[in-house]
Design a protein around this ligand. Structure first.
Ligand code: MTE
Ligand code: MO
Length: 321
């Protein structure tokens, strides 16, 4: 979303305060290293080895999971987007705001091993290895429309498992009403995090429990019948296809169950983006219409559909009581 003008008043505190997420991230890192609470790294100036170690290749049994069985319930009224176009037109601000450059800047981003922490109001908080998760939870392929708030759109085959499958495993407490998802913070691997310090890294998003548990909501590890390329948010991302694309957070490291509604990366950055971000042709962005959208491969303009065409699945979530 290169159009966003960052207000000064928001930019300054992000520079000057030591953001909570820096501590958060260090804690997560120590935990990943197995040193949590031991202080073994204290005073040691050297780069911990895992941060510079070469990336592990895809284990053969993981590669063999793709392509996953296609779920015939999710087909489309339009052609799939050309794979090469989808993979070279990406919003991933951790690297750059230039959509066509993202794929050229992700080589040093290491995605294996990758841990995903689930915490907060759940009976079974734990840290998953993403490969182990993918081995255990049922992978399926679904064809979904995808709509960015900038009014471009695509249609792609995602592979993943339902967010609900993970939620059932960790058993949220009855007090849990929201789920907050956080991306990685690795400025040495993601140059946009280093160069664009005015953003409040790491990227964070959130859904209500009902949204997260909806049948449509996926945790995605693959696209076009193979693992996600890094520019699409490897190794694991969210897809909530009835919402504008910025809700579908990439490269997730933490999922937290909460009682109160958390803020989100874009709603904190600008009043132009709200928590809900449901696709709606009748609610214009403050600076452009949302009535139609441009398909990124053909350039064709097509009408925007309410909830991106998924009203049958989600309209009930937003009925006024
Ligand atoms: N961590 C993270 N997730 C993100 C973004 C981002 O910049 N960082 N961009 C969002 C936006 S605005 C869109 S449109 C989609 C783009 O996904 P794609 O590049 O796979 O098409 O990712 C979303 N998830
Ligand atoms: Mo977007």
């Amino acid at each position: 979303m290169a159009f966003i003008r960052i207000p000064r008043g928001w930019e300054m505190p992000a520079h000057e305060a030591t953001p909570a997420h820096v501590f958060e991230n260090r804690r997560t890192f120590l935990k990943e290293m197995g040193f949590a609470g031991l202080g073994l790294l204290a005073g040691c100036g050297a780069q911990p080895e895992a941060e510079t170690a070469p990336e592990r290749p895809t284990p053969p049994d993981i590669a063999a999971l793709y392509p996953a069985r296609r779920n015939p319930a999710f087909t489309l009224d339009r052609k799939l987007t050309d794979e090469r176009v989808a993979a070279s037109y990406n919003n991933f601000y951790e690297f750059t705001t230039d959509k066509e450059e993202v794929r050229n800047l992700v080589d040093n981003f290491r995605i294996r091993p990758w841990q995903l922490e689930v915490r907060g109001l759940v009976e079974k908080p734990r840290i998953y290895d993403v490969d182990d998760l993918v081995r255990r939870l049922p992978l399926e392929e679904r064809l979904y429309r995808f709509r960015c708030v900038e009014a471009w759109a695509m249609a792609v085959p995602w592979t993943g498992f339902t967010f609900k499958a993970l939620i059932d495993e960790v058993k949220p407490l009855s007090a849990a009403r929201y789920v907050r998802l956080v991306s990685f913070y690795k400025p040495d691997q993601a140059r946009g995090q280093k160069l664009q310090k005015w953003y409040s890294w790491p990227y964070y998003e959130a859904l209500t429990m009902a949204e997260a548990s909806n049948e449509l909501t996926l945790l995605v590890t693959g696209i076009y019948g193979h693992e996600l390329p890094k520019q699409h948010g490897a190794p694991i991302r969210l897809i909530a296809p009835w919402k504008y694309g910025f809700k579908s957070i990439k490269s997730i490291v933490q999922i937290e169950f909460l009682e109160e509604q958390p803020s989100t990366f874009w709603s904190d950055a600008s009043a132009e983006y709200d928590f809900w971000a449901n696709v709606d042709p009748e609610v214009p962005h403050p600076r452009w219409s949302q009535a139609s959208e441009r398909l990124i491969d053909t350039g064709e303009r097509v009408p925007t559909q309410l909830y991106n065409g998924y009203a049958a699945y989600v309209a009930d979530l937003y009925k006024k009581t």
